[in-house]
Design a protein around this ligand. Structure first.
Ligand code: NDP
Length: 333
């Protein structure tokens, strides 16, 4: 029987999601990769247990995480039943709908029909009566925003979700979504954008909108899928995401990129952190970022990412150096 560490709340930091009542762990765990039907179930279970033992109370899913689609939710449901059900009220579990899930015109994008049917399927797979956060996974240019967001409002009002979130909406769409959700009476809790040293888009207005409107921000792929770690400094390991050459391509890792990664690794070393720790700390340096949503393939990576919290402060000089390296103005010493 799994008995969680009684000290699990001693060192994790919790941050308020915007101006809401909910606190999220500064580091959350996502189940996009390594939790599917093709993956090692006991490894997935061990990573979730270790995460919870370290105070990670938030697990993030989506309808189509796997592969195959749906299988991460199924596995999570099983692990929940075996290990976490007594602790359900200590957990924030999220899922999403918005990308391709089932064939035909009702299994993708942003119709009310798709979003609500998908949520029902997700709940069934996980064996849950409700999720804590339900997201529209991406904006659908062909569906009125009122319809997609109205479906989130229904999800909350019907008790199938506690809070509503959006992902991948740009700054302008987000400002609009915030207004619509407020008018519906279900304020938007959180936005989930991609953000890392290598992907800076949220700095072009989105973080400002979220900050001023009091909406939380949980950033995904803070390690740029593993690029911002020691994983690729000496080639492409056979057990890495890039070796699978699908979501992270081998061609993304050329000599120029590796030289930049080595230079960033040098900054991390000077800070007394691993490269992954620095990448996580870097997104959390901004107080508008509620949580860094990491993925992991091994228990040791959960530990390493949480260790980032030991040093979240960057000097102006360090930030400048990082920016210069990213702009290609400095390389490895
Ligand atoms: P990361 O940028 O954290 O990348 C995770 C990968 O980085 C791991 O699988 C591992 O790669 C490597 N890694 C993690 N920690 C370490 C470490 N300490 N040292 C060395 N390597 C490390 O995030 P993901 O891209 O996995 O995304 C995280 C979550 O964000 C997803 O699970 C999902 O919940 C969410 N997400 C949301 C999206 C959206 O559209 N809203 C889209 C994408 C993700 P390896 O496997 O090679 O070991």
């Amino acid at each position: 029987m799994y008995v969680p560490d009684p000290k699990r709340y001693d060192s994790m930091q919790y941050r308020r999601s915007g101006r809401s009542g909910i606190l999220l762990p500064a580091i959350s765990l996502g189940l996009w990769h390594n939790f599917g039907g093709v993956d090692n179930f006991e490894n997935a279970r061990a990573m979730l247990r270790r995460a919870f033992d370290l105070g990670i109370t938030h697990f993030d899913l989506a309808n189509n995480y796997g592969p195959p689609y749906g299988s991460a939710e199924e596995n999570f449901g099983q692990i929940l039943k075996k290990d976490f059900l007594p602790y359900r009220d200590e957990l924030v579990i999220s899922t999403k709908a918005g990308w391709d899930m089932w064939p035909g015109p009702y299994g993708n994008l942003g119709s009310r029909k798709y979003i609500l049917a998908s949520l029902d399927q997700s709940l069934k797979r996980m064996g849950l009566p409700y999720v804590d956060i339900f997201y529209h996974h991406r904006p659908d240019p062909d569906t009125p925003m009122e319809e997609s967001l109205g479906a989130l409002d229904t999800a909350v009002r019907s008790g199938r979700a506690i809070y509503a979130g959006i992902s991948a909406y740009n700054a302008q769409q987000t400002a609009e979504a915030i207004k619509i959700m407020r008018s519906l009476g279900t304020p938007l809790l959180i936005h989930q954008p991609k953000y890392s040293m290598l992907v800076r888009d949220p700095e072009q207005g989105l973080l400002d909108v979220l900050g001023s409107e009091g909406v939380g921000c949980i950033v995904f792929s803070p390690l740029a899928q593993g690029l911002l770690s020691d994983r690729y400094l000496q080639g492409i390991p056979s057990d890495s995401r890039a070796a699978r050459d699908f979501f992270l391509k081998k061609t993304d890792i050329d000599e120029k990129k590796v030289s930049m990664l080595r230079a960033l690794n040098g900054v991390a070393q000077q800070r007394g952190q691993s490269f992954a720790e620095m990448a996580v700390a870097w997104v959390l340096r901004d107080p508008r970022v509620t949580s860094a949503l990491v993925g992991t393939s091994k228990v040791s990576q959960v530990d390493d990412n949480v260790a980032a919290l030991k040093n979240l402060k960057f000097s102006a000089e360090e930030l400048k150096k990082i920016d210069e390296i990213l702009a290609g103005k400095q390389s490895a010493a």
